[in-house]
Design a protein around this ligand. Structure first.
Ligand code: SAM
Length: 330
């Protein structure tokens, strides 16, 4: 395996590529997209699976060893299961995971498993069916929950559940959601809301890590868990005798830019070195002009060189990113 060649100006080794395979989504979460959001990227401008796989192969030679497939909603893209199968066969990738809203999980979980995906993250911000509809615009709670239970039954481990705590929306449920980690072997990850693009939230809907942790801590003692290889920025805890875990991801109250190891590939073929910056480097144009692998490597190196030392997102202050979260994939 080659050593990482993607080392940025701050000496961070970039070994993690998050790939959005579509900007289409089957939900309209209030913190992610505006009400009237219509995906803008015409199909021909979306990278083909063939193009994505070529990019991944090249990135592996540059030291990328971890890939996450995201969207939009990745499971709405036609042909996704064959794509996943081909992706998991690429040598050198040590960790391949998928982030989904779970709407299509129940009917497709076996296909995801037989494609070779072992780790999935499911986004679920409430345990209340009516509230789910308010947050996402659709009445899919029950089928998502069935999908999660099925994923557990057929052996996905860990199953991570992503929750964005929002003041006045789901903050009354944080303990109930955290308590899932006692009964189920789930890793519940509370992610601070990041204002970006346009969405339906007030900028001050933030609920920050110290307050989230305080409220959840009222349920029982939170015992710190050591970081594992695939943890990323999450701070992990466990309730005594719980089957699962709690994780906190706090890009705002305690940003972790100094350890950020990520690059992001958008569905339209742009490499973004920072989630909270509109800086991006175009991979698609050279790719479609028939460029060599070496030329694509140059694009990767350029993206790495442009990675900002840190983002400037703070409470009540958007980072000024115009791209929608759903176009980048979180
Ligand atoms: N559709 C998939 C899903 O729902 O998991 C993948 C795409 S979604 C953009 C990826 C993750 O980003 C989700 O866990 C979602 O909760 C999170 N997310 C979206 N907008 C966010 C925001 N403004 N702040 C924090 N997390 C956000």
């Amino acid at each position: 395996m080659p050593n990482s060649k993607l080392i940025d100006r701050c000496n961070r080794k970039l070994n993690y590529l998050r790939i959005s395979i579509t900007d289409r989504c089957n939900l309209k979460c209030i913190y992610c997209v505006p009400y009237d959001f219509i995906p803008k990227v015409p199909h021909k401008e979306i990278l083909s699976y063939e193009e994505i796989l070529r990019i991944v192969r090249i990135s592996v030679h540059l030291g990328i060893s971890k890939v996450r497939i995201t969207g939009g909603e990745p499971l709405v893209r036609k042909g996704v299961y064959d794509f996943l199968k081909r992706l998991t066969k690429i040598e050198g990738l040590l960790d391949i995971s998928l982030t989904t809203n779970g709407v299509l999980l129940k009917d497709n979980i076996n296909k995801i498993k037989s494609a070779g995906i072992k780790r999935i993250n499911i986004s679920l911000d409430t345990l209340n069916r009516k509230k789910f509809k308010k947050i996402t615009g659709y009445d899919f709670f029950n089928q998502i929950w069935e999908g999660i239970e099925l994923a557990q039954k057929i052996g996905f481990d860990p199953i991570k559940i992503n929750v964005v705590p929002l003041q006045g929306v789901n903050d009354d449920e944080l303990q109930d959601i955290a308590a899932l980690s006692i009964e189920y072997p789930f890793h519940i990850r509370f992610i601070e809301y990041m204002p970006m693009g346009t969405n339906q939230m007030e900028i001050d809907s933030h609920l920050l890590f110290p307050e989230i942790k305080k409220r959840i801590g009222q349920l029982g003692k939170l015992i710190p868990v050591d970081k594992g290889m695939n943890d990323g920025p999450s701070e992990r805890f466990k309730f005594e005798s719980a089957r699962g875990e709690i994780g906190f991801i706090h890009p705002i109250s305690r940003h972790f830019c100094n350890t950020c190891n990520r690059l992001r590939l958008t569905a339209s073929g742009q490499l973004r070195p920072c989630l909270m910056s509109d800086v991006q480097v175009d991979l698609k144009t050279p790719l479609r002009k028939g460029c060599s692998d070496d030329e694509l490597i140059e694009v990767f190196l350029k993206a790495a060189s442009l990675k900002p030392s840190e983002h400037n997102l703070s409470v009540g202050h958007s980072a000024g990113v115009s791209a929608q979260m759903c176009a980048i994939g979180g």
